[in-house]
Design a protein around this ligand. Structure first.
Ligand code: 13P
Ligand code: SF4
Length: 301
């Protein structure tokens, strides 16, 4: 494995490549990355970095987003079959229907979506900036797609707006129930419950903290508490433990994101060796999708 890690680092240096990884991918892949983060951090990094090539270790919409923001760079995706199922849960024709129905409408799209959706919407959001962005939009009506859970969590906090929610969901988080939370609370009394807003609203409402992947890591790291109950994807344990070797984390693990865990170090090495697979987009789609991501980066400042 040391040999493979060295080979990846050498090829990345020779090809002027930067490696970005989401906190959900396997720990050994996180460990060879130059930057590891949540979706928002990685979108900002993808825009900032100066390297000729970006290797994006995550699901395909993340590589696509890096490609949208960087028309002049090569974006390599170690596993082109690592697709977020929620990103496909969009009825694109409904967007036009909603625009017909409501005058004063903003179409807000979770970044977990494909470029073919992003090109049709007004602004993208991630779990860490959705509240700020939606609150500051001038429109009264918000069509929030695809995640019904994140959408309903934001709607709870912005009662002055009228939300129409898509019906997509993340299967990893959607299966966590209030009963699971109660069960873990009785098993680990006194532990704070930290969950991702992709969990059902009934779960978010009874948690002690609701936040993005980075939000959960920061909360646990800054807290004086030593033990936590966590409702999110299991890959996050790697960074939680790296930052907090003496703290304990009880994950409500019902299912893992098999797409995020598909890629191996060998896949990362192979994509650098072969300069493939790449995230590639039609230039018209890319330009239209860029507007919604640029708007997110601007409004989240
Ligand atoms: P964040 O990175 O915004 O926490 O989103 C989690 C996720 O599900 C990524 O696919
Ligand atoms: Fe998609 Fe959920 Fe996997 Fe994230 S954790 S990539 S939202 S299925």
């Amino acid at each position: 494995m040391k040999k493979l890690t060295e080979e990846i680092k050498t090829m990345a240096r020779e090809q002027d490549a930067v490696i970005l990884a989401h906190y959900y991918v396997d720990g050994e892949v996180q460990d060879i990355a130059d930057y590891v983060g949540d979706s928002f951090f990685l979108a900002k990094k993808a825009k900032e970095v100066q390297n000729r090539t970006i290797v994006f270790c995550g699901v395909t919409f993340m590589g696509e987003s890096a490609c949208i923001l960087n028309p002049d760079k090569t974006v390599l995706i170690p596993d082109a079959d690592a697709v977020c199922p929620m990103a496909l849960m969009v009825e694109r024709e409904k967007i036009a229907e909603m625009r017909e129905k409501y005058d004063d409408l903003a179409v807000v799209c979770y970044i977990n979506s494909m470029a073919a959706t992003k090109e049709l919407v007004d602004v993208c959001v991630t779990s860490s900036n959705a509240l700020k962005i939606v609150k500051n939009l001038p429109q009264k009506n918000i069509y929030f797609i695809p995640d019904k859970n994140l959408g309903s969590w934001i709607a709870e906090q912005v009662p002055e707006k009228n939300f129409i929610l898509g019906d997509g969901y993340c299967h990893v988080h959607d299966c966590i129930t209030p009963e699971d939370i109660e069960e873990y609370r009785s098993k680990y009394p006194g532990c704070k419950v930290l969950v991702h807003p992709e969990c059902p609203l009934a779960v978010s409402k009874i948690a002690d903290y609701v936040g993005s992947t980075s939000g959960i890591i920061d909360y646990a790291t800054e807290s004086p508490d030593r033990e936590f109950i966590v409702g999110t994807e299991a890959g996050v344990l790697h960074e939680l433990k790296r930052k907090n070797p003496d703290k304990e984390f009880h994950f409500i693990e019902k299912s893992a994101c098999e797409d995020m865990h598909r890629m191996t170090l060998e896949d990362v090495a192979a994509c650098l060796r072969e300069n493939s697979p790449k995230a590639e987009l039609d230039e018209g789609v890319r330009q239209r999708a860029e507007a919604s991501l640029d708007r997110m980066l601007e409004l989240a400042k």
